[in-house]
Design a protein around this ligand. Structure first.
Ligand code: PHE
Length: 348
């Protein structure tokens, strides 16, 4: 033992205290404790060993000093450990933090496709007029798509050159619907009258994509069946929804046409949204844009679905949604609708 064991204990206290207080993390703290008192070769172990060779009286005093110091250092280490653990926890929480209130820049948030936006705008207009939104499957029977709609066996639309047939059941009996009109049949078959319904949905035709055609496109079908419904109601309905979608100043007109499932039938047109009717490139100089087909429900359609044509009359119409979306925004080529280029889609 050196000549000044009390001095040595004081020095041990100073050094160990500084080391424990300065420990930067939990691992460093463990190491300090090990060096000071938690191992066989620790400073304390060394001191206790030295005590063995001192006089009993001095040994008692020094032993008490050492034990007291050990208690102080352990308390200090415990305090420091708690501090470091709290700091580590705060750091971990900060790293794991999820800010649920954070608002993403709008560009990254995504939004409805512009065809969906047009469909919803149309649905809103018809719901406002008291119509229900109906739906039918995209894979449909030939019977609902053709026979029940009074479309004759030899009609060109029935050719596999125009319609996609599905290899299911009897040959040529199941297809991807080329229009939404089979939903008329589903609504009539339901047998709940009167009917005020629109049915938007996807449709398929064997068309080569170009600026005005896509093989997969969207239509919306309208069907009204009630007592005493007239052609004037049809004209008024078309007028109302076209003005609601394209603005009050828009005019509509009907031109005679032929559809097997309506009689009389018409094509409906609206005044050009770009030039207002004066004639421009969009309307090919005529001032009018063709929207779709319409007419009074043919009695043969009522008969096929068990509705009494003596009691009920109705009208139907159908038109493309994609073209509506395209005209609302003055877009020149339908193909951009399906290219999924976010630079295009992000603008709407
Ligand atoms: N289904 C017809 C078409 O796709 C449109 C239409 C619907 C015509 C309802 C009259 C009545 O061209």
């Amino acid at each position: 033992m050196t000549t000044d064991p009390a001095g040595e204990i004081a020095q041990l206290e100073a050094e160990a205290t500084a080391a424990l207080e300065g420990a930067a993390d939990l691992a460093a703290l463990d190491e300090c404790e090990r060096v000071a008192f938690r191992s066989k070769k620790s400073r304390f172990a060394e001191m206790y060993q030295k005590l063995g060779s001192t006089a009993p009286e001095e040994r008692r005093v020094l032993g008490r000093l050492l034990n007291e110091l050990r208690g102080r250092l352990e308390a200090l280490a415990d305090g420091r450990r708690a501090e470091l653990a709290a700091a580590a926890r705060i750091e971990r929480l900060a790293a794991d933090r999820l800010d649920l209130t954070e608002v993403l820049p709008r560009r990254l948030a995504g939004h409805l496709h512009l065809v969906t936006q047009a469909r919803e705008a149309l649905e809103d207009v018809f719901v406002g007029m008291g119509y229900e939104i109906a739906e039918g499957p995209e894979v449909e029977t030939g019977w609902r798509n053709f026979e029940a709609l009074n479309i004759p066996e030899d009609h060109p639309a029935r050719s596999p050159l125009d319609t996609f047939y599905v290899d299911f059941g009897e040959p040529w009996s199941v297809l991807l619907r080329p229009h939404t009109s089979p939903v008329q049949i589903r609504l009539l078959q339901r047998g709940v009258l009167p009917i005020y319904a629109v049915a938007p949905g996807r449709t398929y035709r064997k068309d080569t994509p170009d600026s005005t055609h896509l093989p997969v496109f969207h239509q919306i079908e309208g069907l009204v069946v009630d007592r005493g419904v007239t052609f004037a109601d049809l004209k008024g309905t078309i007028d109302t929804f076209v003005r609601a979608v394209f603005g009050e100043g828009t005019r509509t007109r009907l031109r005679p046409a032929y559809f097997p499932f309506t009689e009389p039938s018409a094509e409906f047109e609206m005044s050009c949204v770009i030039c207002g009717g004066d004639g421009c490139r969009t309307c090919s100089g005529v001032g009018w844009i063709e929207l779709g087909g319409c007419g009074m429900v043919h009695p043969a359609v009522f008969e096929a679905t068990g509705v009494d044509p003596e009691e009920w009359t109705g009208f139907a119409f159908g038109f493309g949604i994609d073209r509506i979306a395209f005209m609302r925004h003055g877009i020149a080529d339908l193909r951009v609708m399906i290219e999924n280029d976010v630079r295009f889609l992000g603008q709407f």
